[in-house]
Design a protein around this ligand. Structure first.
Ligand SMILES: *Cc1c(COP(=O)(O)O)cnc(C)c1O
Ligand SMILES: [Zn+2]
Length: 501
């Protein structure tokens, strides 16, 4: 809709304006630092940073119901900058002018209701929010749209030049960073560091296709991360991992979309996220807390974090009920089908600790839970989901296994509605489906295929007496002979009934 056709009371605010004053805030020492220079850790104490709007309180001049109206009307605006995560411009990047926003179609992903069979199986009504429907097929695009929009702003308005965007990745961060960098062709080059043999062929193909310099390193993600951290501290590069606090801001859009899609009534929801480097769960909690602070929602949803037994440091941390006695210990990861979350030393752990404390203070101890699942449960759940109309990746399967367990153990009430983050598209993780179907998992995965979930193509073989189109072009009579024979075999295999002519 054209903006001059909106109701007069909304016309003023339906297009956001540049406002606010953003700065880095250190979670260790509380120090504040300007954002003109890209920072990843605190220059005084080395802790991780979040970005805050020091003029945030101004947003409270607009009452909650008014904000809802603004965001809902903004859905109808056809300005390309506002069709993605920046529909929520005031909450995630209000200092960036609309003309500098980079949007490749990220965000605004659908929440698909599970059918009755699935809900019964899980013990709870639930939705998959399909973040695999983002441009590079994972939720990472939300954070990259934010980080690259800010980078673009620095390039256009502050004369920043010759940027090398660099990241370590379990596969999806690099796919996303390479895509956004390639869009800024000329101004930004990108390099990605991957753990050799620990990303899927699809995830490796993505940054290669986008023209990034792809560097494979022996070890696991945590090792790549250390190299990238060293590079970002000692060389002039733009770090695109979720240590970059702009990523977190963009990923908050996930919560804003859930709120909007559920008409801002989220108090009875359980929002389920897989945890790897813990940037995502940080952003999800931060997003809901912001909405609550502005009275856009009047109660907080429950949050459920899920980890695999093979990469479970956050789960282990929260096993200790007493906050004062909790101690964070990195773990050595083991092979996991939830490979995108196969991280033993999450960079955002200090952010998680700080936000869980805030969240629980408002919504109660039970409002944030972490469960762990077996690899078997993750794989089975993914396949069951995909047999019921979903496009869940292995991490989406992890969420489903996690909510099912949490409900069974009474950690999430079964009368809630759950929203499960399918963080990537199933197609990215096709290798694990293949391993399952062909029973070729390496023993370390500890996955044994269930025959009823396996599936293989049925082969139509032709005897020598039947003409074979695979061996060359057939005459029409031969071709008919082939069609009749093959149809007979297929009809037999599918047990088809004749039309009774
Ligand atoms: C990155 C990623 C995760 C883990 O998210 P964190 O923010 O690192 O916790 C989960 N699933 C997919 C598909 C990912 O790409
Ligand atoms: Zn500090």
């Amino acid at each position: 809709m054209r903006t001059d056709q909106f109701p007069s009371e909304i016309r003023q605010s339906v297009l956001p304006e540049v406002a606010g004053n953003y700065s880095y805030k250190c979670l260790g020492c509380g120090g504040r630092f300007g954002i003109d220079e890209l920072l990843y850790t605190c220059p005084s104490c080395g802790s991780v940073l979040l970005i805050e709007d020091t003029e945030w309180e101004r947003l409270k001049n607009v009452p909650g119901p008014e904000w809802r109206k603004i965001f809902d009307y903004r859905r109808m605006v056809n300005n390309p900058a506002l069709r993605g995560i920046y529909r929520f411009h005031e909450l995630i990047g209000s200092i960036i002018p609309l003309e500098d926003i980079i949007s490749l179609g990220e965000g605004q992903t659908p929440a698909i209701a599970a059918n009755e069979r699935m809900s019964d199986w899980a013990g709870i009504r639930f939705f998959f929010k399909n973040d695999g429907q983002n441009p590079s097929a994972s939720f990472k695009d939300r954070g990259m749209a934010s980080a690259f929009s800010y980078l673009n702003f620095l390039i256009k308005k502050r004369g920043v030049r010759d940027v090398l965007a660099i990241c370590a990745s379990t596969g999806d961060t690099s796919a996303s960073a390479a895509l956004y960098a390639s869009y800024l062709a000329g101004n930004v080059k990108s390099a990605v560091l991957l753990p050799r043999g620990k990303v899927t062929p699809q995830q490796l193909g993505q940054p290669l296709g986008a023209g990034a310099k792809v560097i494979e390193i022996p070890g696991v993600f945590d090792d790549c991360m250390k190299v990238v951290e060293y590079l970002s501290e000692n060389f002039s590069v733009a770090l695109m991992n979720s240590k970059n606090a702009w990523r977190i801001l963009g990923q908050e859009s996930y919560s804003y979309e859930i709120a909007q899609d559920f008409d801002y009534e989220v108090g009875d929801l359980a929002v389920v996220v897989p945890i790897g480097n813990a940037g995502n769960i940080t952003a999800v909690m931060a997003g809901f807390l912001k909405l609550y602070d502005l009275k856009i929602i009047d109660s907080l949803p429950a949050i459920l974090g899920v980890q695999s037994e093979h990469a479970n440091p956050v789960y282990l941390y929260y096993l200790e009920p007493e906050a004062a006695r909790r101690q964070f210990r990195p773990v050595a990861v083991r092979p996991s089908v939830a490979q995108a979350a196969m991280i033993g030393n999450p960079v955002s752990m200090p952010r998680v600790i700080s936000l869980v404390e805030k969240y629980r203070k408002i919504a109660g101890e039970g409002a944030v839970r972490v469960v762990q699942t077996s690899e078997q449960e993750v794989m089975d759940s993914m396949l069951i989901a995909n047999r019921n109309g979903h496009i869940a990746c292995t991490q989406g399967g992890e969420c489903l296994a996690g909510i099912r367990k949490a409900v069974a153990e009474g950690k999430v009430e079964g009368n809630r509605r759950a929203v499960l983050d399918s963080t990537a598209h199933a197609l990215k993780f096709a290798v694990f489906q293949e391993k399952y179907f062909t029973n070729s998992f390496e023993p370390e995965f500890e996955v044994v295929p269930k025959p009823e979930l396996q599936n293989m193509p049925f082969q139509v073989d032709l005897p020598d007496s039947v003409p074979n189109p695979g061996k060359g072009k057939l005459e029409s009579a031969e071709f008919l002979q082939f069609v009749k024979y093959a149809s007979g075999v297929v009809a037999g295999h599918l047990d088809l009934k004749g039309r009774g002519k």
